[in-house]
Write a protein that binds this ligand. Structure first.
Ligand code: 13P
Ligand code: SF4
Length: 301
């Protein structure tokens, strides 16, 4: 492990590479990264990397695609290119075009957990930490299409008191968190605050004290007076939470909340990727140009 880290550190200097990692990545990858964040933080970071030639993206493919779209001059590498997001695959660009045709004139908000082709068909992107702001920015239009996550859409509807026309996609990992699991854990851990991700079902959200994206979860535990938390999202976040508030207690709410795709990145694969400069993530230019507009519309807010 020590030699592996030494090699990665040498290679990243030689390649002028920056390593970005999502908070669901394995602990050793988070430790290695130059920047660890949620989808929003990583998109912002990817748009500000003037001094790097190479971005090594430790996450899933839609995140690396977003970095590639925002950095057409840089080489974006994924150590494990098969790491996808099943939620992103719940809507294709053809399906979105058909959805739009049924609702002419309605603006489309796409969750960043979507393919570049879907972003290219959308007006504005959002992440789970800024979805409310993004939808609000569209003003009082009669209809807004929201793709692909129906439950993030539901969360926005609840918070803003307005209806959206939601696609019926979602995250198979977060869907496993049932209200019964949460109730059982609350009974076992009285006094713990429950945090869940807005990708969980409405029934799970109804049992929670806080419904938050991963970045805001970290902010909350840093700033709140509460000491104990039941954590209702992917297990990688536990490492980031403990780092942010080492004196506090965190219990993962269910061992079912593990995203296999997020766990495909290993230190060996990061090293190989820097050595071989593979796998390069490329988005066709016409798609990238259109998708960039929807991402930049979000970043401008
Ligand atoms: P965040 O927007 O909180 O980073 O979540 C991304 C994700 O994939 C959640 O499953
Ligand atoms: Fe996609 Fe769900 Fe994994 Fe997030 S946790 S990357 S939404 S499958």
């Amino acid at each position: 492990m020590k030699d592996l880290l030494k090699d990665i550190n040498r290679l990243r200097k030689e390649r002028k590479a920056v390593i970005l990692a999502h908070t669901y990545q394995p602990a050793e990858i988070q430790e290695l990264a130059d920047y660890v964040g949620d989808s929003y933080g990583l998109s912002v970071k990817a748009s500000q990397l003037e001094n790097a030639d190479v971005i090594v993206f430790c996450g899933v493919s839609f995140m690396a695609e977003t970095a590639a779209i925002l950095n057409p001059q840089k080489t974006v590498l994924m150590p494990e290119p098969s790491a996808g997001c099943p939620m992103a695959d719940t809507i294709t660009a053809d399906q979105l075009r058909a959805f739009k045709a049924k609702h002419p004139g309605a603006p489309v908000v796409c969750y960043v957990n979507s393919t570049a082709e879907v972003k290219a068909e959308s007006d504005i992107c959002c992440t789970s930490s800024n979805a409310l702001k993004v939808v609000k920015s569209l003003g009082d239009v009669p209809e807004i299409l929201f793709v692909p996550d129906q439950y993030l859409g539901h969360f926005v509807e609840q918070q803003l008191g307005r209806k959206l026309v939601c696609w019926n996609g979602g995250c198979p990992v977060h869907h496993q968190l049932t209200a019964d699991i949460i109730r059982d854990m609350k009974a076992k851990y009285p006094g713990y605050k429950v945090m869940v991700h807005p990708e969980t079902t409405p029934e799970a959200q109804a049992e929670a004290d806080h419904i938050l994206a991963t970045g805001p979860m970290i902010e909350l535990v840093r700033n709140s007076n509460d000491q104990k938390y039941l954590v209702g999202t992917e297990e990688g976040i536990l490492h980031a939470l403990k780092g942010a508030a080492p004196q506090k207690t965190f219990v993962h709410i269910s061992p079912l909340l593990v995203c296999e795709d997020m766990k495909k990145t290993t230190l060996e694969k990061v090293k190989r990727s820097l050595e071989t400069m593979e796998t390069v993530i490329k988005v066709p230019q016409d798609i990238a140009d259109k998708a960039r507009k929807s991402i930049e519309a979000m970043l401008k807010l």
